[in-house]
Design a protein around this ligand. Structure first.
Ligand code: HEC
Length: 147
C-alpha cells in the first residue's frame, strides 16, 4: 500500500516535472522571438532611414503579437514552481506577482509608444521610443531573470 503510494507519487512528480520542462522550453522559445523582432527593429532604427517606416511598423506589430501571445498565456507558461530546472526565471516572479505584472504593463506601454512612433517618418522619434522598449526588457530581466 505504502509502496504503491510512493510509486504513484513518483509518477505524478515526474509528470509535473516533465510538464514544467515543456512550458519552460515553450516560454524560452517565445522570448527568443522577442529577441529576434527587437533585433530587427534595432537594425532599422539605427539606419535612421525614414524610408524604412513600413518595415519598422511591420516588425513592431510582430513584436506586439509575440508579446501578447506570451503574456496572455502567463498562467500556463509560468506555473508555480517552474523556476527550477533549465530556466533563468527567478522565484521573485511568483513571490512578487504584482511587480511582475507591472513589468509586463510597462512593456505594453512602451510598445504602444513605439507603435505610434513607427507610424511617423521621424527616425528621431523611433529612437527615443525604441530605447523605452529596450529598457522595459532590461527592467524586467534585472528583477526576474538570472544574468
Ligand atoms: C515582464 C518580464 C519580462 C519582460 C518584459 C521581458 N522578458 Fe525576457 N525574460 C523574462 C524571463 C522571466 C526570462 C527567463 C525565462 C526562462 O528562462 O524560463 C526571460 C528570458 C529571455 C530570453 C532568454 C530566452 C532563452 O532562450 O533562454 C531572451 C532572449 C529575452 N528574455 C528577451 C527579451 C526581450 C528582447 C524583451 C523585450 C522586447 C524581453 N525579453 C522582455 C522576462 C521578461
Amino acid at each position: 500500500m505504502n509502496k504503491r503510494l510512493v510509486v504513484t507519487g513518483i509518477a505524478l512528480f515526474s509528470a509535473i516535472a516533465v510538464a514544467s520542462m515543456d512550458v519552460i522550453k515553450e516560454r524560452k522559445h517565445g522570448f527568443e522571438s522577442f529577441k529576434e523582432e527587437l533585433g530587427a527593429i534595432k537594425k532599422i532604427v539605427q539606419t535612421g532611414d525614414a524610408s524604412m517606416q513600413a518595415d519598422l511598423s511591420r516588425h513592431v506589430n510582430n513584436l506586439q503579437t509575440v508579446a501578447d501571445k506570451q503574456w496572455q498565456r502567463f498562467d500556463e507558461l509560468f506555473p508555480a514552481g517552474s523556476h527550477s530546472g533549465d530556466t533563468d526565471a527567478l522565484p521573485s516572479i511568483w513571490e512578487k506577482p504584482d511587480d511582475f505584472k507591472a513589468a509586463i504593463t510597462k512593456q505594453s506601454e512602451a510598445l504602444a509608444l513605439l507603435k505610434t512612433a513607427a507610424q511617423s517618418n521621424n527616425p528621431g522619434e523611433w529612437k527615443v521610443a525604441f530605447g523605452k522598449v529596450g529598457n522595459s526588457c532590461k527592467g524586467c530581466h534585472d528583477s526576474f531573470k538570472k544574468d
